[in-house]
Design a protein. Structure first.
Lengths: 147, 323
């Protein structure tokens, strides 16, 4: 019974950690907009965590520059299991307009498996909430699969 | 009490006191409830819908189910034991606070014991933070120490003022006597001499709990929750639970010191009344301040508590002593 309670809670309190991997700041602003009174993602339990150790969902934005690659991978490693990796915007999936640049090491799925990608440049807040809600479902599945 | 006279019933009763009411189970539920209404009300004040009331409970359960990572540079045993030390001392503190006329462990020096016990959870946080080996935690720990120094002085002055008011010729340190005195006369919040002390206590509560305008040690946006930066999984869950229980302990202490003596004789009704009092105090001194103010800097916090808040408490003490 206790395990069931914990499994249920896993999808109801997702804490986000946001990594900017060379993003132009457009997606970052939209993510913050999701937490403002108009969209209020906190009603679903979302909270921005200050440190990767507290996070459940890692949100990566930006085309993963050569400089940021090592930091991104190390930060993702620090997030305790079960964790879900979400890409925000087109950049982390395709490098977008930065594709082919000598400074870009992406896309991100060359290095880590991605659970949810939110499309758009920049994505609408509604799309972000939709993607994050999907991420909570995956979080619960991953929690149930543990042990 | 003679050790031979303790029979099995006494032991059972103490076990119930410690584990169920007013100990562990009761304070957990109550603390999470207070944390829930705090988050909801702050959200409503900011024109948001806000998380469900059970959100702190969901957070706690989720954290229990997460992987617990101990950093390589950490002192393992201290790092893992610190949260439990804090939780245990908080549960013991509750036993000394009269809740609806029921005080599990009454002594002649309740308030002194409570003063000492209340510093342990904060010290546990400092210990755990220092043991984690993270520079963020180091900064957070040193700031938390400044916060302790800030609120301890006014808290002692408040307790002295209330003790003097209830003690007559001497100062009483017994919470039982303080609430009995208020039961026989009137709650201290209605005594004009003690109003400054009550206001000072309303500032001490959020600082002791580590709520928003005074959360210099945990500053999420600045130093990533300070001492908690390296914690994950179950130990973090225990710290979050301690935080919620602290809200209950401090508001219950307020209602014992200033609103005490409102007892009806029926235990369940008294518990409901205590719940209502604690919720109202939480809303006034934590949610309202959280929603309308930005965080203090460390030196501003220290200055504010040693001038304004201590001053209010001192005024009360002098009034009680000489009027």
């Amino acid at each position: 019974m206790f395990k069931k309670l914990i499994d249920n809670a896993a999808s109801k309190s997702p804490w986000l950690f946001h990594i900017n991997a060379g993003s132009c700041n457009g997606c970052d602003i939209e993510l913050v907009a999701v937490l403002t009174p108009r969209y209020d993602a906190e009603r679903l339990g979302f909270k921005l965590a200050g440190t990767p150790r507290h996070a459940d969902i890692v949100v990566v934005s930006g085309p993963v520059t050569v400089q940021s690659l090592d930091r991104v991978l190390r930060t993702i490693e620090q997030v305790p299991e079960p964790r879900v990796i979400v890409t925000l915007g087109s950049c982390p999936r395709s490098c977008n307009v930065f594709k082919g640049s000598y400074a870009v090491a992406g896309p991100l799925d060359k290095y880590v498996p991605i659970d949810v990608s939110i499309a758009g440049c920049a994505p609408k807040p509604e799309a972000i909430i939709d993607g994050l809600a999907l991420a909570t479902k995956i979080l619960k599945e991953k929690r149930e699969a543990m042990k | 009490m003679d050790i031979m006279n303790i029979d099995i019933m006494d032991i059972l009763m103490y076990a119930v006191y410690i584990l169920i009411f007013p100990g562990l189970l009761f304070t957990c539920v109550f603390g999470l409830w207070l944390a829930g209404i705090d988050r909801k009300v702050v959200a409503r004040m900011q024109h948001r819908k806000g998380p469900p009331l059970a959100q702190p409970a969901y957070d706690f359960l989720k954290l229990l189910g997460k992987e617990c990572i101990v950093p390589d540079g950490a002192a393992r045993i201290t790092f893992l034991a610190a949260p439990w030390l804090g939780l245990a001392s908080l549960v013991v503190t509750v036993l000394f606070i009269p809740i609806g006329g029921l005080q599990a462990f009454g002594t002649g020096g309740d308030t002194v014991v409570i003063l000492y016990l209340l510093t342990i959870p904060t010290l546990a946080m400092i210990l755990g933070g220092s043991a984690s080996g993270s520079p963020f935690a180091g900064v957070g720990s040193s700031r938390t120490m400044v916060a302790i120094m800030s609120y301890e002085l006014p808290l002692i002055l408040i307790i002295l003022a209330v003790g003097k008011a209830a003690g007559g010729y001497g100062v009483t340190f017994s919470l039982g006597q303080i609430t009995l005195f208020q039961y026989l006369t009137a709650p201290f919040i209605l005594d004009w001499r003690l109003v400054p002390a009550a206001i000072a206590m309303l500032f001490v509560i959020p600082c002791e709990v580590g709520q928003h305008p005074f959360d210099v040690g945990e500053a999420e946006t600045e130093i990533c929750e300070g001492p908690l930066v390296e914690y994950s999984g179950a130990p973090l869950a225990v710290f979050k639970l301690s935080h919620a229980i602290k809200m209950f302990v401090m508001t219950a202490l307020f209602s014992a010191l200033f609103l005490g003596g409102v007892t009806t004789g029926m235990l369940w009704l008294d518990i409901v009344l205590t719940l209502a009092f604690c919720s109202v105090v939480t809303l006034v001194c934590m949610s309202l301040l959280h929603a309308i103010s930005a965080r203090f800097r460390v030196e501003q916090l220290f200055k504010f508590f040693w001038t304004v808040v201590s001053g209010l408490a001192l005024v009360s003490l002098l009034l009680v002593w000489f009027c």
